[in-house]
Design a protein around this ligand. Structure first.
Ligand code: ACM
Length: 645
């Protein structure tokens, strides 16, 4: 992606959170910084040093209270507790430093970054909050928020709220809140700071007058991912039973506060409640990283965008004709050759490539970091290796996979790639797929591995003597039956590794796989879904005519995007109703909805953002909100709050 001002890394696991406020008096107008270091992890810590950076560095005698400043160079500071300090999960170390260089003028002049060093030398990440000071209790201006003044997206299942004309400072957990809940607050604070870096954070762990207090309540009667918010006189009750429910509750609160801070008639609630649960368990988004390489930090940010929308599945398209992007330990050529395109490379330049070779791939450390980030945001990553079609890059990297007697140009895919199918009659095909599945299993905890299966070209294998012999030996009459046989063997290999098969809807052709153990992503036409559930498959609906976000938003000549599936305006994406043609008793097989982002034409961040947002929010609302609660007028007003990559 171009137009990038900062390359982000994948955020690390965080077990500590540092908040800071500025306090001044008539005698000391420059004031002092008061710190709170919270242990939000699950293990106690002692014998540590805290490093942090702040623009308001300590100039003279630090007049430290409950800490010793042991080093300060420029903006860098190192402090240690006075004497031994054992910080249990959920506990806080409070200290302060005086002698700072003048009065802070803005929220961002507090702690810019921090980390902890243990006596073993190990360094641990510390999340940081906004610089706080005595909050002002602001009245809100009027404006036109439309039918509802609450900036919630996707819209919750049940909303009964009374708007307030006051703006709270920050949202702060009450004293005694447990480490898991503090960690969720820190996670969502960090999420919003990453998504909206110039806006104030929604939460702080440091209470000041004017803040609203959060009290967490567990209710085992609530299901997975569900939550309830009760806005009471002195506190907001946050009820959930699992980490996802807590995250979604806090995301809703953060959205409400962001809206109220934006003004224009949007409000924070004074009283009332939200009672919320998802419509579907699978609320996904796919991204094609084969046609276009995305830096791992961009993928982490994209996961942040998914989390904002309460989407919980990232379908990661890792291979295609144009590139193979995943390191496979036993077959380094897959990425050494398969991830590079260029004039002299095995894969020629494709859409958007020029004379300079380019590419990229994800090594195992990248993947582990991204999976960790996803897990912390309650997102499951479902990796896709697209076989047996769409395999040009794989075949270019490993020529031993090609039947030497197959006529080149005997068939071509709809995208114009000749002889691009993996050959089931070659033993190496199965050896390599075994190694690929082993690495996928080692890297991805998802119960599903997606193996593509789409768009195998008409006539594939029919010019391969090896494949023809196999068909004759097995009594297989046509290419559809051979693909069915291929997928059955893949399903067995996945089952041997404890995983379930997911694939595009063509995997159901010929019914070679076991329907009850297969999840199909319906893309070609929405109407295909009903037939597949009748045949016993679980499905996720991602119909190209509504949920392919690379399709242009209008027929205007000046619009960007693909056109093979027509056009999809934001309103059309929003209006699409999933499952209407599925009989009631089969609806449990409809697992959810998914957006797909193919990237052949997407060569800039602007292009990506224009196509993806806010249509992604439309799919998210279809996945989360009961259909009776969907409201296009409300959605239109709320789209402005969507993040972008
Ligand atoms: C697809 O769009 N070929 C799944």
């Amino acid at each position: 992606m171009t137009e990038q001002c900062k390359t982000t890394d994948v955020p690390e696991e965080v077990r500590f959170h540092l908040d800071c406020r500025w306090e001044a008096s008539v005698e000391d107008p420059a004031g002092r910084l008061v710190f709170e270091l919270w242990n939000i992890g699950s293990a106690p810590v002692e014998g540590f040093r805290l490093a942090f950076t702040t623009l308001r560095f300590v100039e003279r005698d630090p007049a430290a209270d409950n800490a010793q400043l042991v080093d300060r160079r420029g903006y860098f500071h190192h402090v240690v507790p006075l004497g031994p300090l054992h910080l249990a999960p959920g506990e806080v170390w409070r200290f302060s430093l005086g002698g700072i260089t003048g009065e802070p003028q803005h929220r961002g002049e507090g702690i810019a970054s921090a980390y902890l060093t243990l006596s073993s030398g190990e360094r641990l990440a510390v999340a940081v909050g906004d610089l706080r000071r005595q909050a002002t209790d602001a009245r809100l201006a009027c404006g036109d928020a439309g039918t509802v003044p609450f900036a919630l997206i996707p819209w919750p299942a049940e909303v009964a709220l009374v708007p307030s004309d006051r703006l709270p400072g920050y949202l702060v957990p009450v004293d005694g809140t447990g480490a898991d809940e503090l960690s969720a607050v820190s996670t969502v604070t960090a999420l919003f700071r990453r998504l909206f870096p110039i806006e104030p954070a929604p939460f702080s762990l440091m209470a000041l007058p004017g803040d609203r207090q959060l009290r967490f309540v567990a209710d085992p009667a609530l299901g997975r991912e569900c939550y309830r918010l009760d806005f009471q006189e002195t506190e907001i009750l946050v009820t959930a039973t699992d980490a996802a429910g807590r995250q979604y509750a806090l995301t809703a609160l953060a959205q409400l506060l962001r809206g109220a801070r934006a003004g224009d008639g949007f409000r924070f609630p004074a009283s009332g409640h939200i009672s919320d649960y998802p419509r579907f368990p699978w609320r996904g988004c796919h991204l094609d990283t084969a046609r276009r390489f995305f830096a791992i930090g961009d993928l982490a940010r994209f996961l942040d965008c998914l989390a904002y929308h309460r989407l919980n599945v990232f379908h990661w398209h890792l291979t295609d004709d144009e590139a193979w992007r995943l390191e496979i330990r036993d077959y380094p050529d897959l990425t050494a050759t398969g991830s590079v395109r260029g004039p002299e490379a095995a894969i020629p330049p494709q859409l958007g490539d020029g004379a300079n070779p380019g590419g990229g791939f994800y090594n195992h450390a990248d993947v582990r970091a991204l999976v960790g980030h996803a897990t912390r945001l309650n997102i499951e990553i479902v990796p896709e290796i697209d076989v047996p079609g769409h395999s040009t890059a794989m075949l270019a990297a490993l020529p031993g996979l090609v039947d030497p007697d197959e006529l080149v140009g005997a068939y071509a895919s709809v995208q114009g790639f000749a002889n691009n199918a993996l050959n089931p009659a070659i033993d190496l095909t199965w050896e390599i797929l075994g190694a690929v599945f082993d690495d996928l299993v080692a890297l991805f905890p998802s119960p599903y591995l997606h193996v593509g299966g789409d768009e195998v070209a008409h006539g594939a294998w029919l010019a391969s003597p090896l494949a023809k012999k196999m068909m004759a030996d097995l009594g297989i009459g046509d290419a559809v039956a051979l693909q069915s046989h291929f997928m059955r063997r893949v399903q067995t290999m996945l089952a041997q590794r404890g995983r379930r098969l997911a694939g595009w809807n063509e995997v159901g052709n010929g019914d070679g796989v076991q329907p009850e153990a297969t999840l199909l992503t319906v893309w070609q036409k929405a109407t295909i879904g009903a037939g597949l559930v009748r045949r016993g498959y679980d499905i996720v609906m991602a119909p190209a005519e509504a949920y392919y976000l690379d399709i242009a938003r209008s027929a205007d000549w000046n619009e960007v995007g693909m056109s093979w599936a027509g056009v999809t305006s934001v309103e059309q994406a929003y209006a699409y109703e999933v499952g209407r043609d599925i009989p009631e008793e089969l609806l449990p097989r409809l697992k959810g909805v998914q957006a797909c982002i193919w990237t052949e034409l997407i060569d800039s961040r602007s292009h990506f953002n224009h196509l993806v947002f806010p249509r992604l929010a439309a799919v998210a609302e279809a996945g989360w909100t009961p259909s009776a609660e969907k409201d296009w007028l409300r959605f239109q007003k709320l789209c402005r709050f969507c993040p972008a990559l």
